[in-house]
Ligand binder design. Sequence first.
Ligand code: NDP
Length: 336
Amino acid sequence: NRAVVLAKRPNGEPQNDDFRIEEQPLVPLAEGEILVRTVWLSLDPYMRPRMNDMKSYAAPTPIGGTMTGEVVGEVMESRSTKYSVGDRITAYGGWQEYFIKPDDAPMMYKIQDMGIPLQAYLGAAGMTGRTAYFGLTEIGKPQQGDTLVVSAASGAVGGIVGQLGKMYGCKVIGIAGGSEKCQFVVDELGFDACVDYKAGNLEKDLQQACPNGIDIYFENVGGDVTRAVAKLLNSGARVPICGYVSNYNDTDLSKVQTPQDILATSPNPPTARFFVQTEWQDQHQQTTQKLAQWVKDGQLVYRESIVEGIEQSIPAFQGMLKGKNFGKQLVSISPE
Ligand code: NDP
């Protein structure tokens, strides 16, 4: 079994020697355990803060520990009555080719085959789709006619937020890096408009796209994007703070101006809350079913960036933190 482990803590952008690929032996299963072959690995921005030695809602990855990550896998061997050989599951298996889990591992779910691509259970019908859904509905509280602004709009979470926003009758404005991503956000994802924050006129362009101000801002990136949004918030605005990826490679995350800090300077400080999709674990399975049905019906569309083989997870991850991905970043680890 090959695994990517954290060799040392990165200082800024993760470098190749911050990771190490190790051959790890697979031990025999204990009672109640399953052996899983990783088929798809999901790469997500949250993995970067976990590489730091800092307290957050999740414990940091220890030095020498396997990089955390959610995967789609196939059960190869089972000493559990809950899982059979051949079952497809999603689980926090990590960046590795095989893994062993107890059958009661948290957030490990059997995939109900609905005829959609397996890897969708890591994206639109998986963790990032649920993040979009819970953040928007529980904190954003969308109303017909609201102006909803979504950053990292072409990405895994942002792309779904905007499409859900349209279902709720919002006017949806995306913010993304580059004209190709912006065109995709409007033409394929159906947003009403998309502002290219790299074009150099973010404040003006955003103001033009939001003549009635902003009622909901779905926060994915932080920094200058949030500064521009903060000026345009309407009274009573809601901001689900999902993440702030633009700061994740900063050398000291504890010193950055967080989205909360920036939003507090708004002429209309919003109701803003940082959330984690695990807050709604009791609704995970039903929400996955709902999202999977929308994917099947073509109501939710998405784009993927796919690389192949465990070695490629490292450059793909480094690139994703700089926006080189275009849509959900995935690694194909072994054939379906
Ligand atoms: P994406 O698929 O959106 O990929 C990351 C994107 O971030 C890049 O494509 C890039 O888009 C954008 N980005 C990178 N650097 C910058 C920068 N300096 N300034 C502005 N944008 C930048 O990733 P996800 O959809 O998986 O994640 C989006 C956010 O959601 C992250 O903040 C993540 O931490 C958060 N998240 C939170 C969860 C929760 O439970 N709270 C769960 C899952 C994700 P572009 O080229 O357009 O700039």
